[in-house]
Ligand binder design. Sequence first.
Ligand code: ARG
Length: 571
Amino acid sequence: MNDFVKNITGFVIESVKSEFQTELSTDEVAGLLEVPPDSKMGDYAMPCFVFAKQLKKSPKIISETLAGKFQPTEYIKDVVSQGPYLNFFVLPGKFIETVLNEVMQKGANFGKSETGKGKTVVIDYSSPNIAKHLAVHHMRSALIGNAIYNLHAALGYKCVGINHLGDWGTQFGKLIVAYKKWGEDEEHTPNDIATLNKLYVRFHKDEENAASMEDEAREWFKKLENGDEEAARLWKLFKDISMNEFEKIYKMLDLKFDYYTGESFYNDMLDDTVEKIKKTGLLELSDNAQVINLDKYDMPPCLLRKKDDASLYATRDICAAEYRKKEFNFTKMIYVVGSEQKLHFRQFFKALELMGNDWVKDCHHVDFGLVKFKDEKMSTRQGKVVLLEDLLNESIRRAGKIIEEKNPNLESKDEIADFVGIGAIIFSDLKNRRIKDVNFAWEDILNFDGETGPYVQYTRARLNSVIEKHGNKPNPNADFSLLKEDEEFILAKTLEQFPVAIKRAAESFEPSILINYLLDVCSAQNRYYNNHRIISDDAQLTEARIALINCSRQVIGNGLLIAGIKTPERM
Ligand code: ARG
């Protein structure tokens, strides 16, 4: 909380207390503070609805009463009551000085706080299925999950990132059968995901023997669940092949997970889970399958064991949730999984609740929309799968081409193309509210003048070169009182909102809030840059301006890091 927020909060609390006798914490009041849509209305706005509810008076009356009590301070010059809002006008000079001092002092830590100190958040993200290509939605989940992870880490939470690999289930029985039948012939010897896929497809093609093969597959999965050595060996082979390819892509995206505990990890614990459900009287038989009936909640039953005793996706999710609660004692658990699995999450959350786990209220299904490709070629290739590795490489290639055109003499062009190409994809994925579908088009995501990753990276790189041109290091003791332009005040106001943006983005599991905030910083920065000379003959003014843009550079850099986007020093 900076001195301005403290000042406002202090005034509001004191005057509310003296007038109406109520208890409110500083943090609660500070959390209410907003920025009015138009700066003519004020620099900060305190909505009075909460007080109104507590004090049983209209928010308008409260706002008017509080405004009447205001005396100017060294930070705030005026207060105006506007309907239910109490609007504050700050002293620009003092404000700019306070903000720049804070940004410069905190540097890479500006934006961070300790609200989450001592608390743990578990994030389940990416979680692809073994023996299948990493799908685009697993990439979306990975990118959104990674940003949510970093946002919480910035708030001081201990974060536990889990890749809940889809490495268990009856499909492995099928794969084993197919492997034993055809795995030795050239076309089907698995050494990559594509051939694993082929085996799987081949299994389903063999209609003649379909029934007996299905039986065999069930047998093999049962063997796997019971720890059979051969089954385990083949399963491991499939898993290793798949992990190899997943890791290549994670590396390109610079993603790391704290745990790769997939569905198989819970195999030995599933009996206990089902037993526990039985004891609570929730277990029912339906066609010889073991289920939890959810009729009362208007949902189909939650399937725990098939009639041949095989476990299911939901069984393993229930088990994993209880295990994670015990192991990590989280205050929040976040599942970043596409919207098409809504029902699954509602079902197993309900099951957890019925089992008496009151902490299920802390579990969140953070869902998201689809990625749609405008480019026909991309959506039809390889039988309707876009291979992520190809997509990422294509983005790097295109970024490289643009850079070559714009700045052929740049050093380390390859690394820059990498940062820009990958950054463009991450940025476009996070930019819109996650629930919306992403309409993917190259010309949009790589447009250096649009609201894109490259635009933000370029804005930062340009600040670098101005600061470099200036020669001297930004001076934290520059005379900030020389910064009197509107654009300077607006830029400082935008920078000041960084911690707020992080907090809001984390609390609503919405990285788009961070991304759009960064676009606001760039637009305030570029408006400033386009209207005023940073470096001039006036040495003192130049120092102050360099310090200001140094703060923009810091905030953009800090923000991109949280979003998971690398940014080149030069572009
Ligand atoms: N493997 C699943 C899929 O690809 C996603 C798993 C998400 N996490 C979870 N705990 N259910 O659809």
